[in-house]
Design a protein around this ligand. Structure first.
Ligand code: GAL
Length: 417
């Protein structure tokens, strides 16, 4: 569908801009980085480009997880109005590449040695048909707990190692009158948490089969039912006002000590960082109980569009800056993610960042690095959306039982495939 929509405009925009001669010294970027931590991270990039004489034309589209941003992008591209680049997740990059609207950064990639420094798991999504079409910015991972240390001390809690430990810890918070679990009731947040629940419930092999291979038997298995049971348990620890809450407001509840814990990707750490909070002192980062040793990842990519010739120099400058070692360190320290290259020292990262880098390396080597289904790295967008929809209906009581949830999930994924 994307292809049909876009193909005519690709030609039209190429022609419309062909007459320009002088380079446009401006980078136009579509993104959904509008929270405090995200904006601070983006400022690192704006600063680097400004030093090279490039102006920044911001196209922010608020909404964590990027669904609203992707709708806006589709409209822009359909109108032949290509940004220099857009923040994108995994399979979306491949969709736009298949539609023939992406540029070709291969020359820059060769010059900069991206083939050697960017992990294969990311190249799978940034290289299409042998050509580099996107620059990976970072690696996030979703199977984390973010805990307020003072609340943890107050309730006498310790690191939960199993799902049952986690439930016991949430009970302690409840008994102390603190909201145990900070959650934003938006489908992408609920599904992002469920990624971790599935990994914890079924283990690494099960996660891969169900959430990356979309294996039918696994999707309708008792283990998947148990995963929904576990999700239902977690939801009982959420405050009554969670519907529609933005993810960063849920993080703020933990930062302020109004809630004990949030299950969220490590962009949450960007919020702690922006609030000047220190791991070990103010907050704790643990892997989601029962998922230690595995990493569920996503990576923000800057998808590079086939812009007219006079805008290509700015695009190359953006791509080069994005994958430079110094930027990869400076940006990811602020963003909460870890570098998209394997050769960046962890020196400037805090304890959670150092752990993130080490965990990623270990998971990559040990075959326990898996794409997040909620975050665009498990399956194409249509399937991911079907998944988010079913999980959210379950969380909000429109799907009542785990049996029903599994049936709906299998059907929705089948229809979307
Ligand atoms: C994710 C993205 C992160 C962060 C988060 C919340 O999809 O990968 O960089 O921005 O959404 O907005």
């Amino acid at each position: 569908m994307l292809r049909k929509l876009l193909i005519g405009t690709a030609l039209a925009s190429g022609l419309a801009f062909a007459a320009h001669a002088e380079d446009v010294k401006e980078v136009q970027m579509l993104h959904w980085w509008t929270s405090g931590g995200e904006a601070a991270a983006l400022n690192v990039l704006k600063g680097d480009l400004a030093k090279e004489g490039y102006a920044w034309k911001d196209v922010p589209v608020a909404g964590g997880g990027g669904d609203a941003a992707m709708t806006a992008l589709k409209a822009m591209v359909a109108a032949g109005n290509y940004p220099t680049a857009s923040q994108m997740l995994g399979y979306t990059v491949l969709d736009y590449a298949a539609a023939g609207v992406m540029g070709d950064l291969t020359e820059t990639a060769k010059k900069e040695g991206w083939d050697k420094s960017v992990p294969a798991a990311l190249q799978k999504f940034s290289v299409y048909d042998g050509k580099w079409v996107a620059a990976p910015v970072n690696v996030h991972s979703v199977n984390w707990l973010w805990i307020n240390k003072a609340v943890m001390d107050k309730i006498g809690g310790t690191e939960p190692k199993t799902f049952d430990d986690f439930i016991a810890l949430l009970d302690k918070a409840k008994a102390a009158g603190v909201t145990p679990l900070a959650l934003g009731g938006q489908n992408w947040q609920e599904a992002t948490m469920f990624d971790s629940v599935v990994l914890s419930t079924g283990g690494p092999e099960f996660y891969k089969k169900a959430m990356n291979d979309l294996d039918d038997e696994s999707l309708k298995s008792d283990t998947m039912k148990k995963s929904f049971d576990n999700l239902a348990k977690l939801v009982t620890y959420v405050d009554p006002n969670f519907s529609g809450r933005d993810w960063n407001l849920a993080t703020a509840m933990v930062i302020k000590g109004d809630a004990l814990v949030q299950v969220m990707g490590d962009w949450a750490k960007g919020e702690f960082h922006a609030a000047n909070k220190t791991p070990g002192t103010d907050f704790l980062c643990y892997r989601f109980p029962g998922t230690d040793g595995s990493v569920i990842y996503n990576s923000d990519m800057f998808g590079m569009f086939n812009v007219p010739d006079d805008r290509k120099a700015a695009q190359v400058a953006l791509a080069t800056a994005t994958l430079s070692k110094s930027f990869q360190s400076a940006f990811n320290v602020v963003k909460g993610s870890v570098p998209a290259r394997t050769d960046v020292p962890d020196t400037d990262f805090d304890a959670c960042g150092k752990k993130g880098i080490a965990d990623l390396k270990k998971a990559n080597e040990g075959g326990t690095l898996f794409g997040s289904l909620a975050q665009g790295y498990g399956a194409p967008p249509a399937v991911a959306n079907a998944y988010k929809d079913v999980v959210s209906k379950f969380v909000h009581g429109q799907i009542k039982t785990s049996d029903e949830a599994v049936t709906e999930l299998v059907k929705a994924i089948d229809d979307a495939k």
